[in-house]
Design a protein around this ligand. Structure first.
Ligand code: SF4
Length: 288
């Protein structure tokens, strides 16, 4: 497949004010140009609708092909900031190292971020060193949930607490890295006790990171969790509103959970998110 044709648009029309963005190299950001090095992901987390959009098999591009695209945009449009948009970019260690090596070898002075998140299980010291050396400055990762039961048994993340804490220990070595952690709360089986486990995990990692986002579980149609919610009548809004974007934005803005866990009230989840905001507000600043 050919690369996206940026001649068909005027890239400058998409520039916006990025002056407040984390920018350790102090080179223009203007707009993050998206790069997709692979599609889909072989994992099957029960809340994730990715496979419905991108298909079930993981398909990936060669390191050379990925960096050819970056280099073309770098030279032709004098652009220096990119976002890797993959579902699971760092799944294969050798391939990740190859892409980063290619960027470094070609002398591309870029910065990039990973807004969709990288799988923290795949990020050992060697991989982190190469990502940072190649230009990674904003990294999102997803511990997802502090409860082992919810994370592994229900979400099927297959990620131990040790892997999570080892990773947040490791990132202390990278001074100029903005790190954001994603959590999902509100599985049907979430309880006050599991929320507390979430709080403890967030409390523990928060001194080493820049931002935490705690999302309410969204039951996307086609996912296992959606089937469970429908079977057990857990949706907090009418089924026919499901495909109405306005419903989703209203819910997001009001922080209303999309489903009601068996043993919690909606307010418990809203209060929890508020509690985390307070915690983050009062922590020692890392990079903002
Ligand atoms: S949440 Fe991430 S790891 Fe899980 S299936 Fe979706 S893309 Fe893959």
């Amino acid at each position: 497949m050919p690369f996206p044709d940026y001649d068909a648009i005027n890239l400058k029309d998409y520039y916006f004010d990025t002056s407040g963005w984390h920018n350790p190299k102090n080179i223009p950001i203007n707009v993050p140009v998206p790069i997709l090095t692979s599609r889909s992901c072989p994992n099957q987390c029960t809340f994730c609708s990715m496979f419905l959009l991108h298909g079930k098999g993981w398909r990936y591009r060669s390191a050379k092909n990925v960096v050819d695209e970056i280099e073309q945009i770098y030279n032709k449009y004098n652009h220096r900031y990119f976002s890797f948009m993959d579902d699971n970019m760092t799944l294969l260690k050798g391939r990740t190292l190859e892409i980063m090596h290619e960027i470094i070898e070609r002398g591309l002075n870029i910065q990039f971020d990973t807004p969709n998140g990288l799988s923290l299980k795949t990020l050992d010291k060697e991989v982190m060193d190469s990502l940072v050396k190649a230009g990674l400055i904003r990294l999102c990762v997803a511990p997802e949930n502090g409860s082992e039961y919810i994370r592994n048994k229900l979400m099927q993340k297959n990620m131990t607490e040790k892997q999570i804490y080892d990773f947040f220990e490791l990132i202390k070595d990278y001074d100029n890295l903005f790190v954001k952690a994603f959590f999902i709360i509100g599985y049907p089986e979430e309880t006050k006790e599991t929320l507390e486990e979430n709080y403890k995990m967030i409390e523990k990692i928060v001194p080493t990171i820049s931002q935490v986002s705690v999302f309410n579980l969204v039951p996307f149609p086609g996912t296992k969790i959606f089937e469970d919610c429908m079977e057990n009548g857990l949706l907090t809004f009418p089924r026919e509103e499901l495909h109405n974007l306005k419903t989703f934005s209203n819910y997001n803005e009001s922080d209303e959970p999309f489903i009601k866990p068996y043993k919690l009230e909606k307010k418990d989840l809203m209060d929890f998110r508020e509690r985390v905001s307070e915690l983050v507000k009062h922590r020692k600043k890392v990079i903002s």
